[in-house]
Ligand binder design. Structure first.
Ligand SMILES: [Zn+2]
Length: 260
């Protein structure tokens, strides 16, 4: 599932290839991905226009072009590809055509989407309320946000209205690095624990953005988390799994005993 680092990668695909080039046409092989506009309306808004610098906020990608903003969300299997004109992939749902190449929104399972907005206000209405982006979030800001939050730390970090951009894999990785039980109550964490979360978040995001995905790297929880009978890469204890905040969660009962 695309997480913040993947979407940051898609932002770069758009920024490095498609920005400031004239869009010759828009083709929509599958209109299911268009959430609030017809293929004709999307074509009218963008043909002859140029994307300006795109912005990522959490897992949203927002690209202004002409008078409009194009919003993209990548759902479970979405991606953005820059490829030469020619035969398309079976899962290319929308294609922005340039002189020699195409920017293609590919999505096998179609949980992603493309929206058209006329101004910033409409953008906010489409994304719903979003907290500050996880990449630009400051240490003090995280302290404050968690201090006023009820419920488990895992649910808090997953809530896009509190912090935008953290998904299931990232949050489990962050809590494992910070040695914190995912059920720990967010508001009661000591200042030292909140610092540990912040540091783990920075580290995890930096390494993930570099590889444009959450890596299944050696020494990471992600390396082992999906294996049956997986053991903690740090201490070798058998990992526990349960549904926390509605998502399948893995943690080490030995390293992550700390509840506050
Ligand atoms: Zn452990």
């Amino acid at each position: 599932m695309p997480e913040l680092p993947d979407v940051e990668g898609f932002r770069r695909v758009l920024a490095d290839n498609a920005v400031r080039k004239r869009i010759a046409a828009v083709e929509v092989p599958d209109r299911d991905l268009l959430r609030n506009a017809s293929p004709q309306a999307l074509g009218r808004a963008l043909t002859g226009k140029r994307f300006r610098e795109p912005v990522r906020h959490g897992k949203w990608l927002i690209a202004p072009a002409g008078e409009a903003h194009v919003l993209m969300h990548f759902g479970m299997t979405g991606s953005l590809e820059w490829e030469p004109r020619g035969p398309r992939h079976a899962h290319d749902r929308v294609a922005f055509l340039y002189r020699h190449a195409e920017l293609r929104f590919r999505d096998m399972r179609k949980f992603g989407g493309i929206w058209l907005a006329n101004d910033e206000e409409e953008c906010h209405a489409i994304t719903g309320p979003l907290g500050p982006d996880a990449v630009t979030l400051g240490r003090e800001q995280l302290h404050e946000l968690l201090g006023s939050r009820r419920g488990a730390i895992k649910a808090a970090l997953m809530d896009q209205r509190l912090v935008a951009g953290l998904g299931n894999l990232l949050v489990d990785e962050i809590l494992w690095r910070a040695r914190l039980d995912p059920h720990a109550p967010a508001a009661r964490l000591s200042s030292r624990r909140r610092d540990a979360i912040y540091d783990a978040m920075r580290e995890t995001l930096r390494a993930s953005i570099r590889t444009r995905r959450v890596p299944r790297a050696s020494g990471w929880l992600t390396e082992v988390r999906d294996r049956r009978g997986a053991r903690c890469p740090r201490c070798g204890t058998r990992l526990r799994s349960a549904t926390v905040a509605g998502r399948s969660t893995r943690w080490c009962p030995r390293c992550q005993r700390t509840a506050r």
